[in-house]
Design a protein around this ligand. Structure first.
Ligand SMILES: [Zn+2]
Length: 420
């Protein structure tokens, strides 16, 4: 801990930090100009310093403490993390170089059970496991804002092949996109087994939420039949078109673990899903023309520092000599290699110029005259069995939404901001 405090003091006084990190430090020093260094020396607690993702991203072994998820999904850490074996009877871990196959014992139990049940009862050939948590949890250098406390896991929608993948294959294979276009699942790729897998994953009582792309949620809504209770846990979110994200509840009696409010209980197939499709359309237009009115780029938040996490995360980070070395320039050398890993999935699909033009035209048309029955949107006509009420609901919901920054009904910690 002393070592970190020293490094941080050095770091803040020498000022060799990135623009992103400078902002908060400048703010702190702005009040008493001369007193700033004194304040820093008297208060060694690392309020700011290297982003916490650098520190947690550099640690290669778990904290030798009792297993505990500390804090919340997008602001916390993991004590006593355990690693999922890279090969199991019904699963294989991908992207081994990332060293993100860590979690609470409860997460491991869950994944092993899901892999086994999905194979034995649904015929899913086995799970390809993507990112779980780092050995001590915490923020990650790439890919996620959550996955910090050992209760989140990404599972690829690509079925496990019938052989053991080599380590290079696990680095290089790209997960399969389920999308035909930005709004539609490809019926040639999506199978009833995919639906069964997600239903199975959501069915266990310890599951809080499952995140999938809105187009996948739409297919699930269409294919669920009468048994719909599980659908409420399956939440639309950006980027989840080649994997789904499992989030467990805080295990009972785990102090310091902050649960999320449970989903409303609604199946989420009505207005909420329509709102998501509205956001998808806006995002698609914004991605082609970032200057479109109403599609403001989200302001970049400074990365979390150690001081932003629960106090115990300092103990988690430093337990057993785990504190990584911080270079004089403020970087954490051991963390940098994590940035080189290959993305797990393909880039998100986009409309071709003609389809984009048609989408824009239909959106401005529906904005103007909401009273006439809205024409079917080009992007939606491709989707089989679109719910009949959707175009009207989408039109009505548009003004309240902001592209790409907020979930429409989940005022909760965000899972993933972008595909990993
Ligand atoms: Zn995820």
């Amino acid at each position: 801990m002393q070592r970190l405090a020293l490094s941080l003091a050095l770091l803040l006084t020498c000022g060799a930090v990135s623009a992103e990190q400078i902002k908060p430090a400048v703010k702190a020093a702005a009040k008493p100009a001369a007193g700033a260094t004194k304040k820093m020396a008297a208060k060694p607690a690392p309020k700011k310093g290297p982003p916490a993702k650098m520190l947690f991203g550099a640690v290669t072994a778990p904290a030798p403490l009792a297993a505990r998820a500390i804090g919340s999904y997008a602001r916390g850490c993991l004590a006593g993390g355990v690693s999922l074996p890279i090969n199991g009877p019904d699963w294989q871990v991908m992207r081994l170089s990332r060293n993100r196959n860590w979690g609470t014992p409860q997460l491991l139990d869950y994944l092993e059970r899901l892999a086994s049940d999905a194979r034995a009862r649904d015929g899913w050939p086995g799970l390809l496991i993507g990112d779980m948590a780092q050995p001590r949890g915490g923020p990650m250098i790439t890919g996620h804002s959550s996955h910090q406390i050992g209760l989140d896991a990404d599972v690829w929608l690509t079925p496990m092949p019938d052989r053991i993948l080599t380590p290079p294959e696990r680095e290089d294979i790209t997960a399969t996109s389920m999308l035909k276009d930005p709004f539609t699942v490809d019926p040639a790729i999506w199978t009833p087994l995919h639906t069964k897998l997600i239903k199975r994953a959501a069915s266990y009582p310890q599951v809080s939420r499952i995140f999938v792309h809105p187009a996948i949620k739409k297919v699930l809504c269409e294919q669920a039949g009468k048994d719909r209770a599980w659908l409420g846990k399956v939440r639309p979110w950006w980027g989840h078109f080649y994997h789904f994200h499992i989030r467990l509840k805080c295990p009972p009696d785990m102090t310091g673990c902050e649960d999320q409010k449970p989903p409303s209980g609604d199946d989420g197939c009505g207005t909420e899903l329509a709102n998501w499709f509205s956001m998808l359309r806006k995002a698609e237009i914004a991605s082609a023309h970032p200057a479109v009115p109403g599609a403001k780029p989200a302001p970049k938040k400074p990365p979390l520092s150690l001081g932003d996490l629960p106090k115990e995360c300092m103990t988690v980070l430093s337990a057993g000599g785990g504190m990584p070395t911080i270079a004089p320039d403020g970087t954490v050398p051991a963390a940098l290699k994590a940035e080189a890993g290959k993305d797990a999935g393909p880039p998100a699909p986009h409309l071709d110029p003609e389809a984009l033009a048609a989408l824009k035209a239909s959106m401005s048309k529906s904005k103007q005259g909401a009273k006439a029955t809205p024409a079917a949107k080009p992007a939606d006509t491709a989707a089989a069995a679109a719910p009949p009420a959707q175009p009207a609901a989408v039109t009505a919901a548009q003004p309240a939404l902001t592209v790409g920054t907020a979930s429409p009904s989940d005022s909760v910690p965000l899972p993933d901001r972008k595909p990993q």
